[in-house]
Design a protein around this ligand. Structure first.
Ligand code: G3H
Ligand code: 13P
Ligand code: ZN
Length: 332
């Protein structure tokens, strides 16, 4: 058993309480490799922002679970070396799909886990989430549950339609499971294609596609039922047009990619939404930068020459999210 406390990590309890009180959200950035981790830590350390390092089941398989534990420990030490005296860093399992996976993460240094039973019948979701909470809380590890189904693909759990969270269920779910935070479905979805062009309207001035607004009425109803309870938004990438254009310009193929407008996320961050998940935007930044270097310098074959610029681009993106969207700068 390796406790996250030995690694210098923290759980989400205090972090979320402060975020709700302060009207901002903590960024949860997914990572799979060293360059993403370096960029996340540099951005968070320079901005003194609390941060959640988020690892999916797929990322854990890709990076290796032992290596990951030491990467997280290294991240804390790296943050300190950058002058962040008391780093507020969480290592979180994203979309855990079984008790066994959550237990393995808890036993190997994770300070927070998500158990995603959103695709299960309600009572099964309650039972599975409670089982994870009962185990996690013995070690002071915090647990995120999910109610409602996001459109798109959630790791191996796929759903091509979304079902908004039913506000009538949230009190029962939070009380019976004892979960520390709740992911809800209000119209966001995973990946770079969050809406079809048919779901959008067109701005007459710019000609750009404008996605439908998120269901803030559902969020309001959830907050009314569970005042002050930490809410999580998945699928919150904005899919920056500049990266989509860059990828397409350098022979990529991302037609009609579309994300959540930043002003909607800014509004959510001021509410009880205290964790905002971003993965796709980082993938886009990295891919755009790599494509640019390889297209402009076809003779280049030193990975540092294209992964370095990709890392710089991701750091710029993370800082932008922290400073201009989530409002978490100088909160740690
Ligand atoms: O919600 C899904 C995350 O973006 C992780 O995706 O399973 O491809 O690592 P992944
Ligand atoms: P995006 O695909 O919008 O980045 O969402 C990531 C996410 O929710 C990870 O759990
Ligand atoms: Zn997610």
């Amino acid at each position: 058993m390796v406790s996250y406390k030995e690694l210098g990590l923290v759980n989400t309890r205090e972090m979320f309480a402060k975020a709700i009180k302060g009207g901002y959200a903590v960024p949860a950035f997914n990572f799979n490799n060293m360059e993403q981790l370096q960029a996340i830590i540099k951005a968070a350390a320079e901005d003194k922002s609390p941060v959640i390092l988020q690892v999916s089941k797929g990322a854990r398989n890709y990076a290796n679970s032992i290596l990951l534990r030491y990467m997280a420990q290294g991240a804390v030490e790296y943050a300190k070396s950058l002058g962040w005296e008391n780093p507020q860093i969480v290592l979180h399992l994203d979309h855990g799909d079984s008790f066994e996976l959550c237990k393995d993460c808890i036993d190997n240094g994770f300070s927070s886990v998500m158990i995603d039973g959103s695709h299960l019948p309600y009572e099964e979701n309650v039972a599975l989430t409670k089982k994870v909470v009962d185990y996690a809380h013995q070690y002071d590890v915090t647990v995120e549950g999910e109610l409602g189904v996001l459109a798109g693909v959630e790791d191996e759990v796929s759903s091509d339609h979304h079902t908004y969270t039913d506000p009538e269920e949230v009190i029962d779910f939070a009380t019976r499971t004892g979960c520390d935070s709740l992911a809800i479905s209000i119209g966001t979805s995973h990946g770079a294609y969050k809406f079809t062009p048919e779901q959008c309207t067109r701005d007459p001035k710019t000609g750009k596609l404008v996605p439908p607004p998120l269901a803030f009425d559902v969020l309001d109803a959830v907050m009314e039922k569970l005042p002050g309870f930490p809410i999580v938004l998945h699928g919150s990438s904005s899919v920056p047009q500049e990266y989509v254009d860059m990828i397409n310009h350098y022979s990529g193929k991302l037609p009609d990619a579309i994300g959540i407008p930043e002003e909607q996320l800014r509004k959510a961050a001021k509410s009880a939404v205290c964790k905002i998940n971003i993965d796709s935007d980082s993938r886009l930044a990295m891919t755009a930068a790599v494509r640019k270097v390889l297209a402009e310098k076809p003779a280049e074959f030193d990975p540092r020459k294209y992964l370095g610029p990709a890392r710089d681009e991701m750091e710029k993106l993370y800082k932008h999210k922290i400073e201009n969207v989530l409002g978490s700068k100088d909160k740690a």
